[in-house]
Write a protein that binds this ligand. Structure first.
Ligand code: F0G
Length: 372
């Protein structure tokens, strides 16, 4: 058979199997989409749910599953909300986007803005953005502005900028205070339910600005209300110690620290996250940098899943609760891993990597290097 025939056959098979669905199309019934909304896509969503057998057994939770959001187009969960926020901005005739960010929102806004042919401005806390994220924003041609005052200061500044619009420079805010962001992000909860054939018992998630925990809870509640699942999970949110404003008795110690986790002192969706916690009978707890980095290393070594450090807060938190006996070992737990490990090469170099061995290019040399 000629190559072109093989290719034609493969294409036909693909068409029969159904091409990769587009997120906005697949979940249209649950999203605020009109005939005028452009169904753009960079291939976001439909991320894997991986059963973490080894790590699950090690921490006493054999039904531990990981939702790998680092496999989104720009390497984080932000793409689910950004695709809808940008599609709605296009529908409204907007020409420019702005956001404050610790890096992932910026990378996502830059990519979807480029795809939509819009100008993108990202305001970042100086010295607190991991190199991968910064490079993604710059590569996509976003205008990057560094400010002092941490993420909270950056978000205040961009909210002020759009609150008092300059008619010469109309601009759409794409932080998670934009309601379309959370509408898009809730699709991850739909996928979890579909992959498991029902809602999990627990959903564990890192909390920064508290948008994502709010979106997941909304998603689970909507699938339950539609009769697609019978239950909703207990929501477990984990914040970085030292910046855990939703945890009773904890205050922001040093929001200027270079982030292992996402350190946000004044979460924009804080009240809604507390409601998700209370309605689900869940908890929001603090985890230390050490606990987060332990989980980050173990995820890569025992499961082959390289996530960014902030993501590992979910697994660190579940490990801690399981050790305290606060989680029933028979239950199904989903930990959301929000971003990809390559976002932050510096932390990987510092925390995760064993030294490179040296050898001349011979089999004997390699044996010697391995100590065989
Ligand atoms: N995990 C990662 C990798 C993040 O980048 C963020 C937030 C969170 C968790 C927390 O999610 O804010 O919805 O509670 N990053 C934002 C940003 C702040 O600018 O990229 P949240």
């Amino acid at each position: 058979m000629r190559m072109s025939d093989v290719l034609r056959q493969l294409r036909q098979q693909h068409a029969l199997a159904g091409a990769r669905p587009r997120l906005l199309e697949r979940f249209e019934a649950f999203l605020p989409i009109t005939d005028a909304t452009p169904l753009i896509s960079l291939g976001e969503g439909f991320t894997p749910l991986v059963h973490a057998r080894t790590l699950g057994r090690a921490i006493g939770c054999p039904q531990l599953h990981l939702k790998i959001e680092g496999q989104n187009p720009t390497g984080s969960f932000k793409d689910r909300g950004m695709v809808l926020a940008v599609a709605k901005a296009m529908e409204d005739g907007s020409r420019a986007l702005v956001c404050a960010s610790t890096g992932n929102t910026a990378a996502s806004a830059a990519a979807y803005g480029a795809h939509a042919g819009m100008d993108v401005i990202v305001v970042l806390p100086r010295g607190q953005v991991a190199m991968g994220k910064l490079l993604q924003a710059l590569a996509a041609g976003a205008r990057v502005i560094a400010v002092d005052g941490g993420f909270d200061g950056a978000l205040r500044a961009v909210r002020e900028l759009v609150h008092d619009p300059d008619p010469a420079h109309p601009i759409t805010l794409v932080n998670s205070v934009n309601p379309f962001r959370l509408e898009g992000q809730k699709t991850a909860a739909f996928e979890v339910c579909e992959d498991l054939g029902g809602a999990p018992d627990y959903l564990a998630i890192p909390v920064g600005n508290a948008g994502n925990i709010t979106a997941y809870w909304q998603g689970f509640c909507e699938y339950r209300a539609a009769g697609l699942v019978e239950t909703a999970p207990v929501m477990l949110g984990f914040q970085a110690e030292g910046a855990a404003p939703l945890v009773t008795g904890r205050t922001v110690a040093d929001p200027q620290t270079v982030a292992t986790a996402i350190r946000i002192g004044d979460p924009a969706s804080g009240a809604r996250a507390l409601r998700a916690r209370d309605e689900s009978g869940g908890r929001i707890e603090a985890v230390s940098d050490e606990e987060i980095l332990d989980a980050y290393r173990d995820l890569a070594r025992y499961e082959g899943i390289f996530c960014e450090p902030a993501s590992a807060a979910s697994v660190a938190g579940v490990r801690k609760l399981a050790a305290e006996g606060a989680i029933d070992p028979g239950t199904t737990i989903v930990c959301v891993l929000t971003g990809h490990g390559l976002k932050d090469p510096e932390t990987a170099k510092r925390e995760a990597i064993s030294p490179t061995l040296e050898s001349e290019p011979t089999a004997d040399g390699i044996r010697r290097a391995l100590g065989w």
